[in-house]
Design a protein around this ligand. Structure first.
Ligand SMILES: *Cc1c(COP(=O)(O)O)cnc(C)c1O
Length: 438
């Protein structure tokens, strides 16, 4: 009895901890008060559902946390987290720019009305044509990841007769990040310039034609919760900046990167007030223009992946709940061992006593599993929501196993709107060319 009660509270707790979710006795699970069952009825499954109000609210909260410390960093949203034009439109309307990693993301952000001057171009392998395009449009900042790239940009920009605004991405050699595959700031990670080489490279940047050395950037990983991890990185870079300024070099900007964590299961929220206070304490009074590049934190909690139970398979004592959403839709569990909370959607379904179930997708890979969750009995056709799927969800999906891209819906001003229709089957091969054979 006690056990059942504790278990019953498990998914209730997930809902209670998320202000955009609610559970109604009649309508079941709602996002922004819209019953998710009604969205499944209108648009089918699997479907991504996003709350515009959540993104707007989080953007405002992030700004307010820094404003509370007298800081107004430029916000450059990491487009790779969720690149839908409607979401980029919300970001732009909220006064933020973009952190892009390719010509594709650059063009998307531009299409959403974000000015190139409000964009930062990051990434370890920017191509020449991508750099030319960004420079021609007046990109706000290029985050340079290597000496080789710096020379390449110098050549391109000088030939174009422009000065490329360059920040060197320093690898401060601190271990951070919720998982080995999303930690980026250690020695041996492929990202950034080694801390010991960064000073010399900045001197070189300051002297190169076609380069305007504006400062440094650092991004130590993702899904980080401790301001202390960021503080260690910022202090190292600040030391570097002090030394270079001491030599008479101008360093005016520090890009603090992203990586702010969100609780996927039970867990506490990222302490943004403490983070902002730390940024003021460590970096305030140093005459630095600051940039932050949040991705996951802004959009992750804004989205759910709505899926339907295809069948329930019993194997001995095991209960496998097979969904119509798989790793082709949401790859994070397979890729990083990530866990997303799973909540029943239907009011009647949710009433049953929870018991452990292994939730899996339909893809022919053993790694296509969403973990063990305490769920009530779910019959084929029942709906579930995979929580916190707004970031690194749809952008990472594929059509593996011949599964079309899922539909996407955004709830704005209380009304759900289709923002991407489900891909049709013939669109799966529409762009393929079959050469004629004799
Ligand atoms: C991915 C990335 C971000 C965003 O990371 P989140 O963990 O989503 O906040 C920011 N900056 C750079 C350079 C990145 O590669």
């Amino acid at each position: 009895m006690m056990n059942a009660l504790t278990r019953d509270q498990a998914w209730h707790r997930l809902v209670a901890a998320r202000p955009n979710l609610s559970f109604h006795a009649m309508d079941g699970l709602c996002l922004d008060d819209v019953p998710l069952a009604s969205i499944a009825a209108a648009h089918g499954t699997p479907t991504w559902v996003y709350s515009a109000a959540t993104i707007e609210g989080r953007l405002a909260a992030l700004r307010a946390a820094f404003a509370g410390e007298g800081l107004a960093p430029a916000i450059r949203y990491a487009v790779k987290a969720n690149d839908h034009l409607a979401i980029l439109g919300l970001v732009r309307a909220g006064g933020a720019g973009a952190d892009v990693t390719s010509a594709g993301e650059f063009a998307r952000a531009e299409a959403a009305g974000i000015a190139p001057g409000a964009m930062v171009f990051s990434g370890v392998g920017k191509r020449e044509d991508e750099l030319r395009r960004a420079l021609a449009a007046g990109i706000g900042q290029l985050n340079v990841e290597s000496a080789e790239e710096l020379e390449m940009i110098s050549g391109i920009a000088a030939a174009m007769g422009v000065a490329a605004p360059v920040a060197l991405r320093v690898n401060p050699d601190v271990a951070a990040g919720g998982h080995d595959k999303i930690s980026t700031g250690r020695k041996g990670d492929k990202f950034g310039i080694g801390f010991d080489d960064a000073g010399a490279l900045y001197r070189r940047a300051a002297a190169l034609p076609g380069i305007e050395a504006v400062g440094f950037s650092t991004h130590i990983g993702s899904q980080i919760f401790a301001p202390a991890a960021f503080e260690a990185a910022y202090r190292r870079v600040l030391g570097l900046i002090g030394a270079l300024r001491g030599e008479g070099l101008a360093v005016r900007r520090l890009d603090l990167g992203g990586g702010f964590g969100i609780p996927y299961d039970d867990g506490t929220a990222f302490p943004f007030a403490a983070q902002a206070a730390m940024v003021r304490r460590v970096l305030g009074g140093h005459d630095l223009e600051l940039i932050v590049e949040p991705g996951r934190w802004l959009v992750g909690p804004a989205g759910v992946l709505l899926a339907r139970v295809t069948l329930v398979k019993r194997a001995g004592a095991e209960r496998f709940v097979v969904l119509d959403a798989g790793m082709n839709d949401l790859i994070r569990p397979a890729l990083y061992g990530a866990r997303h909370g799973i909540v029943p959607v239907g009011a009647a379904d949710a009433a049953g006593a929870p018991a452990p179930a292994e939730v899996v997708g339909p893809v022919c890979e053993s790694s296509d599993r969403f973990g063990t969750h305490d769920l009530p009995e779910l019959a084929p056709g029942a709906l579930v929501a995979l929580l916190d799927a707004g970031a690194y969800g749809a952008t990472m999906s594929s059509t593996y196993n011949g599964r079309p891209f899922a539909a996407q819906v955004m709830i704005a001003d209380g009304a759900p709107q289709l923002i991407r229709r489900r891909q049709t089957l013939d669109e799966l091969w529409r762009d393929e060319i079959v050469p004629p054979r004799r």
